[in-house]
Design a binder for this molecule. Structure first.
Ligand SMILES: [Mg+2]
Length: 213
């Protein structure tokens, strides 16, 4: 398979869910919704669930229903002392540096957060570009339009030449529909919404070798 390009999700993909970072981001989202938008605490979980299914992210749902400052929201929810939770990942760095594909971050967070995460993990020089929530505005994963923009930014005309690694099955399902080869991170065994599952990113070269890319 002639893969040229690989897109990695950021949160809960480049670092494990067990780090607790994503849990903190979610708590900051809840706090923002309560403090800045005046939403009752009891309503927040249902609203976020609804926005996730309807709009892809909490942010896009909030933008559709409230007057809010995008940059203020993004800096508020990502205001986390990342260095306390993430450490440089030398094994991942080594794997990425020799992986013979063009590598991109494709995230529903913003570039500023992505750069901070990459710095904490020691992966600053491993990716060509960060495709963030602003780059795909007004869309986000798992919308097909967001995948189209990511493909354009990567300069790769053929979805079938691309791989997506993401921890959310909603995103791998959408990516596969778009034509990407999809790898669901953090899962073991077959999954109906991805081409394949992967529990350790450092196993990626072996997996791709098996595909004879
Ligand atoms: Mg993720």
């Amino acid at each position: 398979m002639p893969f040229t390009t690989i897109f990695f999700d950021l949160d809960d993909t480049l670092y494990p869910n067990s780090s607790g970072v994503w849990k903190l981001i979610k708590e900051r989202m809840n706090l923002y919704m309560h403090q800045h938008l005046g939403i009752d605490w009891e309503e927040i979980p249902t609203l976020r669930e609804q926005y996730f299914h309807e709009y892809g992210t909490t942010l896009r749902g909030l933008q559709a229903h409230y007057h809010m400052d995008l940059d203020e929201y993004l800096s508020f929810v990502h205001d986390i002392p990342l260095h306390k939770y993430l450490q440089p990942d030398k094994a991942l760095q080594n794997m990425l540096q020799v992986l013979p594909l063009r590598k991109f971050i494709f995230t529903n967070a913003d570039e500023n957060h992505a750069r901070r995460v990459l710095a904490a993990l020691g992966l600053e020089n491993c990716f060509q570009t960060i495709v963030d929530i602003k780059a795909v505005d007004p869309y986000c994963k798992p919308m097909q339009a967001a995948f189209k923009i990511a493909l354009e930014i990567a300069g790769e005309p053929q979805p079938k030449n691309c791989i997506l690694v993401d921890d959310l099955a909603t995103n791998t399902r959408a990516g596969r529909e778009f034509g990407f080869y999809t790898i669901l991170f953090g899962q073991i065994g077959e999954h109906p919404d991805a081409n394949v599952s992967l529990s350790h990113l450092t196993d990626l070269p072996d997996l791709l070798q098996d595909l004879k890319y």
